[in-house]
Structures are given as C-alpha cells and as structure tokens.
Design a protein around this ligand. Sequence first.
Ligand code: CP
Ligand code: NVA
Length: 307
Amino acid sequence: MTRHFTTINELSSSDLREIYGLATSAFDDETLKGQGVALVFERPSLRTRASSSTAVHELGGFATFFSDEEIGLDRRESVEDVGRTLAEMYAIAALRVRDHAVFSRMREATADRLALINLLSDEAHPTQAVADVLTIAEHFARGDVEGLKGLEVAYVGDATNVTRSLAVALLRLGVNVTVGAPAGYQLVDSGDEDPSKVEGGGTLCLTNIAEEAVKGVDVIYTDSWISMGFEDQAHRRRDDLATFRVDEPLMALANADAVVLHCLPAHRGEEITDGVLDGPSSLAWRQVYHRRSAMRGVLRWIKEERT
Ligand code: CP
Ligand code: NVA
C-alpha cells in the first residue's frame, strides 16, 4: 500500500519511530535511484525547498520544482488532474499547499498511486515537526526520542500549522505541551492535525498568559505572528500578539538551561528578539540542519525501508 505523510496524527507510533530512526541512520543513494519527486510549492519556501531537494539527491533520486504560477492548482487545472499527471511521471509528490484538502483530493484522484508528502498546509507542517523532535532529542536525550517523556515544552505566540504538528508529535512522545496564545490565536479543536485528540501521551495545556506558559519549562518555541496567507491582518496581529514576544525577560522565567526553537523564517523584533534567537539558548540552526535529516527519514519510510 502506498504510504503518505500528510500529518503526524495519521501515523502510528511505530511509523513515527521508524521515521525518526531512518532520519538519523546511515543511508545510501539506492533508496530513490532513478526515481523522481515532484516538489510543488503554492507558497514561498527556503528551508523546505532546500531540504527536500538535497534529501532527494542524497537518496539517489531527482527532484523537479513546480511553482504556484506554473501549476495553478484549481486555477490552470484541477487538483485532481495535476495529481493524475504527476502520478504518470513521479513516484512521490511533495507539496506545500494553501488548502490541506488537496491531499485527500489527490489521493482519491490517483487511486493512491502517488505517495504524498505535506511540505506545509494551512493545518499542518509535519516535516518541520520531525526536525523539531530530532533537535530536541539530540539536545536532551542524546538523540533518543523515547527519552523525552516528561519534558516541558511551551509554545508561545500565534498557534499555527507548526504548533499543531509539533504538539501532536511531542504529546505522542509523552512530552507535556503548554500553548500560550491570546484569544483568537489559540489552538482550536479541528482538522486532521488536532493535538486535543492525542490520547495517552503528554498533557496539553492552553493559557492566554505568556508568562504562565513558560514558567519552569525546558523548551520555548515560537513561530511567525503573520503566517503565509495572513498578510492582510499584519497590523492587527502585531498589536494582538505584542505581549507574546519571546524576549530575554520571558526566557528568564523558564528553566535556567532552557532552549529556544523557531521554525524560521524569523521576524526579528516581532515574535522573537535578536538577543534570544542569536543567543546561547537558541537551537534554531540545529533545527535547520535536521530539516534535511527529517526529509530523508520521511522519504526512506515512504519507500518502506526498515530501521
Ligand atoms: N520552516 C520552514 O518551513 O521554512 P521555509 O518556509 O523557508 O521552507
Ligand atoms: N506558520 C508559518 C510557518 C512558516 C514555515 C506559515 O504558515 O507561514
């Protein structure tokens, strides 16, 4: 059966364990030998495009990039016809999309012949979450994701697609997650990547006070206040989220050896200060490093390699 990677939530814990293992284990260029991966981007990207292209190359495959202007999902032609076309030429399609429903529509249209990877949608950013877990595990548990149980992670700011995938991935590993966000920007129960539906793992707490969220935690995480597609709300968002900036006084409330993560791109002076992002607690560049490992793990898992 064709494997897909569109949310963290849809994967079993053993699938996730395999992905984390395959991300960091030795690899060769046989996995994708001679096979193509279509990289479709409806929105801009630096890290995701770079990590997908390099990971495909490392595994022996070739990547073709398609921009929004070229493909025009549901504008130049339907999502279904794009999927059917890609399925004739490529083994895998990895897409960054505005609307998460693109994945189910393509699966149906291609009768599951084309493996799909979500490179960010309005609901989820699961390849980022894999990189974030690898980064946190490397720092706190010598790379052993099972060793993260009981860790305390606070997400502060606008609860985004990144927040949802991160929270699902961490809760599944027994990590306790607190999301500090103002009313209107907090996690809501909905969609395919819903942290409130994770059972039996860590606990999920929501608060509208940033200071309360970060008190005594091991990790503080933040993302842009103005995600792609929300640019017309920029002014209002900067006002509403102003007290949720990750700055030095906020960091001082966390554990003394707490670290800070950011998926990037950062808006320095908005959701995070220069001092924190460039400071000794920042793991942001290690996260970038692990984007490529994460992508390798996902591609190898799709090709049904075993750890
Ligand atoms: N973090 C992340 O997905 O970065 P890009 O938008 O640059 O790909
Ligand atoms: N939440 C951000 C993540 C960017 C990597 C966005 O969707 O724009």
